[in-house]
Design a protein around this ligand. Structure first.
Ligand code: HAM
Length: 484
């Protein structure tokens, strides 16, 4: 009986499809993909003639993930999920297809992504749509669409998925690639930028990859406009020495000339005015504070005054993660991001400061392969329970940042939320994530060099020396594993 029932909708569907085809002969040619690959799918026509099914090759720039890649690929996913949870990011998934104007308005006309690389086409109802070339614009759209500004800020979101750019394929560069992204909305505070950089740094470190963080600030809109006048004047005065590509960029997007890797441009760029000299006092102090937080956390970074990023939406902090050694892998960033305080408003939302970054999964895979990591880092986090860190006040926040990094390095799973200031809100989070213990650091503890460890089950608190904190937590953590 049930099998009869199942047949009906299938038949109905088949009739509808038939009707459509018969009554509406297809007038239009199939959707036109503007950035269609140069090499079309190869099917072997000779074999077709012989009546043999054609063998299709992969579309250029695409790749399969095979079982041989499984360990590395899945480890990356797990580490990403663990880190997102540890730092309190909520998962969000947005569609691959979006209105193309969303990206044109956010990433910007004049950028390579919008001008040359987007997979953009007319949908069957003539809407212009694009396969997402990146995630940030979509996450901002979702933030606005779902009225997230009405919720308690910051809103911390992470995502994972395929992105599409019609670039020239090469090692670590594909036309469909994968990103993990992390975005924080609603707080204009350098601690947010530092936290995001720590998320990235720890993600790579947990996979056994040591990265170098390259940092710069491109200031606010006014700073940048003043700087652009200066830079454009300088580049024009040395136009004759620039590469052909940089000459084009000089007309369309002069900031991007700074990014050039062409050998003939290097001498010109060496003497170019530096954006840090054009920052307003506010932007300068924001940048300095971000760097101080990184110092507190023991995260190594280098300043790169030519780092400007290839997307238009950034303001103030910009950063990229690189492999410090001079290898092929060191040429391309393993991840990148920055602050984008104006984007939500530009897309029709209420003014909302924001900051984020994305990790390129294929680049991480490539680095793991290069390092020939036979054994992936044994991630035992799923067997161990987290410890939550609560902080009260600016001094305590700084101290906490420092301690957390030390304790994470010793293998304890640490969760915290630096953007929350009240103890009550922080204890609620500790309960929600199932922390076994909460470490509380208030003003008194900062002064005494102590910390309070609270057992979340019994409510018993003990005071320990900060120097012994890591050791104490490791001991408690072992007990929890044994208990579990
Ligand atoms: P992005 O620099 O364009 O930034 O990309 C981030 C990372 O994605 C790069 O550092 C690289 O690792 C990887 N990636 C980019 N293109 C390719 C490609 N063709 N093949 C393989 N990997 C690639 C963004 O996408 C921004 N949405 C990041 C962000 C988030 N900014 C703020 N929030």
């Amino acid at each position: 009986m049930s099998s009869k029932k199942k047949v009906v909708p299938v038949k109905k569907k088949a009739v509808i499809v038939k009707k459509k085809v018969v009554s509406k002969p297809v007038k239009k040619s199939p959707p036109k993909v503007v950035a269609s690959p140069k090499k079309k799918e190869e099917h072997i026509s000779e074999e077709k003639k012989k009546g043999v099914s054609p063998v299709y090759a992969l579309v250029r720039g695409m790749r399969d993930i095979l079982p041989k890649d499984e360990d590395k690929w899945l480890s990356i996913q797990h580490v990403g999920e663990d880190i997102a949870r540890a730092y309190g990011y909520g998962y969000i998934e947005t569609p691959i297809v979006e209105n193309s104007n969303l990206f044109i308005r956010s990433v910007g006309k004049g950028t390579d992504i919008v001008d040359k690389e987007m997979y953009i086409f007319d949908d069957r109802d003539d809407t212009k749509v694009a396969l997402r070339p990146e995630g940030t614009a979509s996450i901002c759209r979702a933030y606005i669409n779902h009225g997230m500004h009405n919720q308690m800020q910051p809103i911390k979101l992470w995502y994972s998925g395929s992105m599409f750019r019609h670039e020239r394929p090469q090692a670590g560069r594909y036309r469909q690639f994968h990103q993990f992204g992390f975005e924080t909305f609603g707080v204009h505070d350098p601690v947010v930028d530092a936290e995001l950089i720590a998320v990235g740094y720890n993600f790579y470190r947990d996979l056994g990859i040591n990265v170098e963080v390259q940092m710069n600030s491109i200031g606010n809109l006014e700073d940048r406009q003043r700087y652009l006048v200066e830079l454009t004047g300088y580049l024009r005065s040395r136009r004759g020495q620039l590469s052909e590509e940089s000459k084009k960029r000089l007309l369309k997007n002069p900031l991007r000339v700074l990014d050039s890797k062409e050998p003939e441009d290097q001498a010109v760029l060496e003497d170019a005015p530096q954006i840090l000299d054009w920052l307003s006092d506010e932007s300068k102090s924001f940048f300095m504070k971000t760097l101080e937080y990184l110092d507190e956390m023991g995260i190594p970074y280098v300043l790169n005054s030519r780092l400007v990023r290839g997307l238009d939406y950034y303001t103030d902090t910009v950063f990229e993660f690189y492999i410090p050694e001079s290898s092929e892998a060191s040429q391309s960033a393993l991840g990148a991001g920055g602050r984008y305080n104006l984007l939500v408003e530009q897309l029709g939302g209420v003014p909302t400061p924001a900051c984020g970054f994305a990790i390129g999964i294929e680049r991480v895979m490539m680095e793991l392969e290069r390092q020939d990591k036979k054994e992936m880092i044994e991630r035992s986090s799923s067997r161990r329970l987290p410890v939550f860190f609560a902080q009260l006040g600016e001094q305590s926040r700084r101290r906490t940042l420092f301690l957390i990094e030390e304790i994470r390095r010793d293998g304890t799973i640490v969760h915290f939320n630096l953007a929350k200031t009240s103890l009550k809100a922080q204890m609620e989070i500790a309960n929600k994530i199932g922390a076994t213990h909460t470490v509380i650091i208030g003003q008194k503890e900062v002064q005494d060099g102590t910390a309070i460890i609270r057992d979340m089950e019994s409510g018993i608190q003990e005071i320990v020396d900060q120097k012994k904190l890591s050791h104490e937590l490791k001991k408690l953590n072992r007990n929890d594993v044994i208990r579990g």
